[in-house]
Design a protein around this ligand. Structure first.
Ligand code: ADP
Ligand code: DP6
Ligand code: CO
Length: 346
């Protein structure tokens, strides 16, 4: 196979500090509120995706973590159609090439569908690889959003804001960088894997149920998030860790309150997750100031944000309090990443 017909990319995860939860448009994936996230170093967690095409393939195929899964998923179909349409308009490849089927092979080196942003890394990776394969010039963040909302933030490094926008066509629903990865190098993320089991309710279904049933979500989107988004952007720019930590923890808590306010309730955190919350509050109380922040996505696993000087003590404490778990409990210590999806073969 021609080297040009195969592209391999790695992409980072991002863990939100102001959560995206709820869509106003399911097809275009337009959110009901802004969100803010930190893109993590690809050396600890990443998706790695290879894409190729050729006249010899009879159907589109996707292999995820070694298992062949259906390409009929509308998100995948949408993303591929969109990319092929752009390729046709830009005449970036021959017409014959446009009729070829694709093969996608992707692996995450961390638990998939367990609340550690696999859909974000996965789709950021996929669209970056496909855009290169079809030689198109386009905004990959917008394409990534059509795969999974949170993925639009993973194509930028550092601290990223996804603006909900107001336009019906989604033209102003875009991600922008608040600050790049060099801005606050002391910031670290510690990922505590409580469980690597696939969540019962996907983020997509969970947030749809919340939009349909939760009054608290309406309040959150209208009153809480707009204020918090501004405040946390300012805290990031000023490197005000205590403010950043307070907003991050409060937002995680409100998001999980919305999940419980959903009918039937969506329970993502476990007893161990709640224990971690308790420990972090006790630690911060002992320090007399906010030194560590927890945040939980739609899953039981914790992401702790802290400054590097705090890491050794906190790691010791975690190992002391959870003596039966081995080091897999802590998946790793992430830096804030540069965010560029990296091409491995070109
Ligand atoms: P998470 O909390 O891990 O983001 P979600 O429920 O949001 O969980 O999304 C999980 C889904 O994302 C998977 O079922 C799969 O469809 C998709 N996904 C995860 N990783 C990848 C990947 N590397 N490439 C393509 N799609 C992926
Ligand atoms: C809790 O982006 O996974 O992680 O857009 O339906 O694919 P879809 O959902 P997804 O939702 C992420 C929800 C979250 C918060 C966040 O990342 O902002
Ligand atoms: Co997701």
């Amino acid at each position: 196979m021609d080297e040009m017909d195969r592209v391999t990319v790695i992409a980072p995860v991002n863990i939100a500090v102001i959560k995206y939860w709820g869509k106003r448009d399911e097809k275009l994936i337009l959110p009901i509120n802004d969100s803010v996230s930190v893109t993590l170093d690809t050396s600890i967690m990443c998706a790695k995706t290879s894409v190729c095409f050729g006249p010899e393939f009879t159907e589109n195929e996707i292999w995820l973590n070694g298992v062949k899964t259906s390409f009929s998923n509308p998100r995948l179909v949408n993303v591929l159609d969109k990319i092929k349409n752009i390729a046709a308009t830009q005449r970036s490849v021959d017409n014959a090439v446009l009729s070829w089927k694709v093969r996608v092979c992707s692996e995450n080196n961390f638990p998939t569908a367990a609340g550690l942003a696999s859909s974000a890394a996965g789709y950021a990776c996929l669209v970056t690889a496909l855009a290169k394969l079809y030689k198109i010039k386009t905004d990959v963040s917008v394409l990534a959003r059509i795969g999974s909302g949170s993925a639009c933030r993973s194509v930028f490094g550092g601290f990223v804001r996804w603006h909900a926008g107001v336009n019906a066509d989604g033209s102003d629903s875009i991600a922008t960088q608040i600050a790049d990865s060099t801005h606050w190098p002391e910031m670290k993320a510690l990922i505590l894997v409580v469980s690597d089991i696939k969540k019962h309710t996907s983020s997509t279904v969970g947030m749809m149920n919340s939009v349909n049933t939760s009054d608290l979500l309406k309040y959150r989107a209208k009153y809480t998030v707009p204020r918090r988004t501004e405040e946390i952007s300012e805290a990031i720019l000023k490197k005000d860790f205590a403010k950043f930590a307070e907003l991050t923890m409060k937002d995680s808590n409100q998001f999980h309150a919305v999940c419980l306010d959903t009918y039937p309730p969506c329970v993502y955190m476990t007893d161990v997750s709640h224990k971690i919350v308790e420990i972090i509050h006790a630690y911060n109380d002992m320090c007399g100031e906010l030194k560590v922040a927890y945040t939980f996505d739609a899953g039981p696993n914790a992401c702790l944000y802290l400054l590097d000087k705090e890491v050794p003590t906190l790691l010791k404490l975690i190992k002391y309090l959870f003596p039966t778990s081995n080091l897999d409990f802590v998946i790793g210590l992430g830096d804030v990443d540069g965010g560029d999806c990296k091409f491995l073969n070109s």
